[in-house]
Design a protein around this ligand. Structure first.
Ligand code: ASP
Length: 396
């Protein structure tokens, strides 16, 4: 096991440096002048002149659809150009949602077991303390925009299924009958043939595709996605893919967004961690942001994004806070079906984290071949390695 790197402890609470003290005092005075006395001031004030940064999962810095700018580049440009941070981040993830080649998010995302694309998303606006999400939403290519409308236009934080779609329709979003692309449909059909070869015949294998010697149906179902990975039919990001994108501007304003088609070929109606505040995303405007990709159920059980933000509130560096959350997930993973041959979690889970000072980290349960996350700073965008909690791989 790789021990977590020890990072400099954050001195945010008791000892502010001079610049932060001046900013904090000025903000305090302004607040005292303009706000009622009770319940207004957050526990810690965001410093001014933060180095702006946008972090995201790796698909936030990939050109797959002929575009000239990636998600993190777009978000960074808009945010540093004076745009609202959440507007900038949503514009960034829209690129990935609309990209038919990205089979983990939005249009062309992986459908559920019935072949229907059901999307989940949420967003949080740190300065405004507003949040919104949608789950199991069908027919809208950009669920992050609908989540934004839930945050901005309703008293609620989460709309699901038919209600979420009706809300989107009422607001003028185009509702499509089917968000599958040729590719997402082909992958679903491939999966279906593997798990149910008696009914979904594969013309390339001949009509008798339920051959003797092949594994039983249940084993096929469990292994079908992994087989498709091994055969290169699917990428790891497509089996477990999502985009989380978080940003902070020079004024210390933090926001985040997460959007996904969820687990490939999930039970219809299944909602993962992505649209759940505290799980797929958590933002506290005075502390920082954390969001995730990977096995949603493991994250939901531990509300790990909330845990990470609380760790940062207590003064921990984003890297240490992320490692703490991964350690918690690992400790709470006890069912044999979820453990590999070494008794360790048999799944991947990653977090993308930044704090109010503009410090950031990307952490994952294991280091895989594609263990990277996207970062954009004033020096440009790059893919940086995720820091793993555990050595080896999820498979054993
Ligand atoms: N976390 C997402 C979910 O469980 C899926 C993923 O990131 O792969 O729905």
């Amino acid at each position: 096991m790789v021990p977590p790197l020890r990072c400099e402890e954050d001195s945010m609470s008791p000892t502010l440096n001079r610049r932060e003290f001046v900013a904090s005092a000025a903000a305090g005075l302004a607040a005292a002048r303009s706000a009622p006395a009770l319940g207004r001031a957050p526990a810690v004030q965001a410093p001014r002149n933060v180095p702006p940064v946008v972090v995201a999962s790796a698909n936030g810095h990939r050109y797959t659809n002929g575009g000239t700018e990636t998600c993190v580049e777009t978000a960074f440009r808009r945010m540093t150009g004076g745009g609202d941070v959440l507007d900038a981040l949503v514009a960034g993830v829209n690129i990935v949602e609309l990209d038919p080649e990205d089979a983990s998010v939005g249009y062309g995302g992986r459908p559920n077991a019935d072949g229907v694309v059901q999307l989940d998303a949420c967003c949080m606006h740190g300065p405004k303390r507003r949040a919104g999400g949608v789950a199991a939403l069908e027919g809208v290519r950009t669920p992050s925009n609908v989540a934004r409308m839930v945050a901005d236009l309703t008293d609620h934080h989460l709309l699901v299924g038919a209600g979420a779609q009706r809300f989107a329709r009422q607001l003028g979003f185009t509702i499509e009958d089917d968000l599958n692309t040729e590719r997402s449909r082909r992958l679903w059909l491939d999966w279906k043939r593997r798990i149910d070869p008696g009914h979904y015949l594969d013309p390339d294998r001949g009509l008798d595709s339920d051959r003797a010697g092949e594994p039983a149906a249940a084993a096929r179902r469990d292994g079908a996605g992994l087989d498709m990975l091994a055969e290169g039919v699917l990428t790891e990001d497509e089996l477990y893919g999502t985009i989380n994108c978080d940003g902070i501007n020079a004024a210390g304003e933090v926001c985040g967004v997460t959007t996904t088609s969820g687990l490939a070929w999930k039970i219809p109606g299944r909602v993962g961690d992505s649209p759940i505040l505290g799980a797929g995303l958590y933002v506290d405007g005075a502390v920082g942001a954390a969001g995730s990709t990977g096995r949603g159920e493991a994250n939901l059980y531990n509300l790990a994004s909330f845990l990470i933000v609380e760790q940062m509130r207590a003064g921990r560096h984003p890297l240490d806070a992320g490692m703490e959350a991964l350690g918690r997930v690992r400790a709470n993973t006890v069912e044999p079906r979820l453990l590999n041959g070494r008794g360790l979690p048999a799944f991947g889970l990653s977090f993308y984290i930044l704090d109010r000072r503009g410090r950031y980290a990307g952490v994952s349960m294991y280091a895989g071949e594609n263990s990277r996350y996207a970062v954009c700073t004033e020096n440009g965008a790059e893919l940086a390695p995720l820091e793993p909690l555990l050595e080896g791989s999820a498979r054993g």
